[in-house]
Design a protein around this ligand. Sequence first.
Ligand code: SF4
Length: 412
Amino acid sequence: MAEQVQSRPLQVPTRGDLHLTAPVSREDAYHWIDANDEELPVLLAAARKARDRFKPRVITYSRKVFIPLTNLCRDYCGYCTFRRDPGQPGAHTMTPEEVLAVARAGEKTGCTEALFSLGDKPELLFPEMRETLRRLGYRSTLHYLEAMCELVLRETSLLPHPNPGLMSAEWISRLAVVSPSMGLMLETTNPSLLAPGAAHDNAPDKLPAKRLRTIEEAGKQGVAFTTGILVGIGESLQDRVDALLAIRDLHRRYGHIQEVIIQNFRAKPEIPMHEWPEPSRGEMLRTVAVARLLMPNVNIQAPPNLSDPDYEELLDAGINDWGGISPLTPDFINPERPWPHLLELEKRTKAKGFELRQRLPVYPEFLPLTRGHGETGVSPVRRMGTPGAPESLLTSRVETVADAAGYARRVA
Ligand code: SF4
């Protein structure tokens, strides 16, 4: 973020100029994210080359169950179909029995990730949620999340990956005891999206500075962290680059960003932004490719169900991961867009020349047993293995489900 925009003129390569190499500077990224149709093949070729240097021949995914612990949320993002107010049809906070039933069903279908996705601190706004938590015996949604992560860890072979919104240093530390990785989408660094009528109007937890603080705190604690940007929620092309650079900057300082998600906005009839234009395929390809060139040695992911049909084209722009795919639970964030069948995903991935491999929610290079290195070559220091019962449980669970290379152990 401290990088300055230089004023030297852009060198605009022509078609066939193959000297575009990663990592690119901010000013070049500003240019390439707006590449014209003639330049696009050059951009994509450079991104593929960078991806193939980073992780040749293998594309990963995480087989998961989606656990929507609560869909009550104190924020009102303009693109969200997930959130509910208390009393609205579909409003629900899962019981521990429901959590365990989903996790156990996932275990039977070879899942290794329990993705906990939930609204941000609903008890701050809704007395009904405070009452639900009181009945369940917890002081806050994060206390309840912590207990449910531990329950899944204790009772099943799944590894929790919580996505609870903003987290304090204390909560990152507590959740790191019961999960090998966690996540928070940065979404954008443009605070003007909180203006009246914009995507983050009435979404106080989407203030970019607060989200950057959470991601930075995870870095300080050496927690493997997933983040990413949303494409098409009212941000400019330069905003996309700025958000990616903010992530890169944090990763350069702490080496903890295990994955950057490039997620495209999809319009749905029931959301306030139902009339907003969706980003085109070309915009997605350019954004993914620029992300790859800005962070050549970071895992870049784009969800296939949001780019169906022809999602395999995202491979041409330099992704190396399809994210979490569930054979069991719907995508509760985008319920109208089912995940592809795993055999179909494998077929299309193979047709592009790659092997599809199942990873854990924590990437292989962030595991103590296979500790690799981030973009800077600095290994993140994981907190796993600190003396104490729950952390030992986490360590032993990870060792049970990981193979020697740090991927999910293949089930015979
Ligand atoms: S996107 Fe997340 S924070 Fe925003 S309203 Fe939906 S659940 Fe809440």
